[in-house]
Design a protein around this ligand. Structure first.
Ligand code: NAP
Length: 260
């Protein structure tokens, strides 16, 4: 169980992040939650109070748009005033836009990369100086996606942003080793959240956000380097990556034809 930690959780107003916030606060952690929408963050804090009226855990909402350097720095400073050094940053913010019929738009790519890649770099860069000085072996958790395992139809922007995020986090892990800062990469499969609500294609092994949050917390507690779930989708995609001729020559084109 994770307890007594000071955690900044970004992307906590809905979906997976919301469940993570409630579960982590419910076991006695102080969780600063961020996103762009104050109303949804406040609802998460009220939900904790309703679920856990006598609990020790605490949720503190602080609005932050990760694409805005000034807001990230401001909120980081506010957190340092409120709680002192952080034990954990969980970057769960994300956005998904699909590409239709290979009609590439740099604007679309920029919108997706601004949050999923530059937003992640921005938030991590803000907390790193203090984490490097910390004696508490802090942890950085970045939520990427199983979609990065193989090329998927219509995921040119989203999938490639998540592949970039994974590489960034894994490279960072190496350079933070000597500073005693750990990095965990989370790769969820399909989870029923506002992000997937408008998906009009089959989502195999779809999970609930609460199950996803349990998998992430279990992985974080074990300080796993990579947290992939659900297992069946992980192995299906890994198998596909081992047989590229079959995936890119037969199965993938059929999926692309169906989804476009
Ligand atoms: N659901 C899935 O099937 C699935 C699968 C693989 C990976 N993931 C990843 O899991 C993470 C959580 O996704 P979810 O499914 O829980 O979706 P979600 O419910 O849409 O949550 C995404 C959160 O990110 C926040 N956000 C978006 N842009 C932001 C910004 N510029 N600054 C700060 N916060 C921002 C949103 O809040 P505001 O709009 O209020 O800012 C929202 O609460 C994402 O990284 C997603 O890519 C999801």
């Amino acid at each position: 169980m994770i307890t007594n930690k000071k955690i900044w959780l970004i992307g906590a107003g809905s979906g997976i992040g919301r469940e993570l916030a409630l579960k982590l606060a419910g076991t006695g952690n102080t969780v600063i939650i961020s996103g762009r929408t104050l109303g949804t963050l406040e609802q998460v804090a009220s939900e904790l109070a309703a679920r856990n009226p006598t609990g020790e855990g605490k949720i503190q909402p602080l609005v932050c748009d990760v694409t805005r350097d000034d807001q990230v720095t401001e909120v980081r400073n506010e957190i340092e005033q409120l709680t002192g050094a952080l034990d954990m940053l969980i970057f769960c913010a994300g956005t998904c836009e699909y590409v239709d019929d290979a009609e590439l738009s740099t604007d679309l790519f920029r919108r997706v990369y601004e949050v999923n890649v530059f937003g992640m770099v921005n938030a991590i860069a803000a907390v790193l100086p203090a984490m490097k000085q910390s004696d508490s072996a802090p942890l950085i958790v970045g939520v990427a996606s199983l979609s990065a395992v193989v090329g998927l139809p219509r995921a040119e922007a989203y999938g490639s942003s998540k592949a970039a995020a994974i590489y960034f986090l894994e490279s960072l892990r190496l350079d933070l080793h000597k500073h005693n800062v750990d990095v965990s990469v989370v790769n969820p499969g399909f989870v029923e959240t506002p992000m997937t609500a408008s998906n009009d294609f089959p989502m195999p092994f779809l999970m609930q956000p609460s199950q996803a949050a349990d998998c992430i917390i279990e992985g974080i507690a074990k300080r796993k380097r990579t947290i992939n779930f659900p297992r069946r989708l992980t192995w299906t995609l890994k198998l596909a990556s081992l047989f590229p001729s079959l995936w890119y020559g037969v199965i993938g084109p059929r999926l692309a034809k169906r989804d476009n």
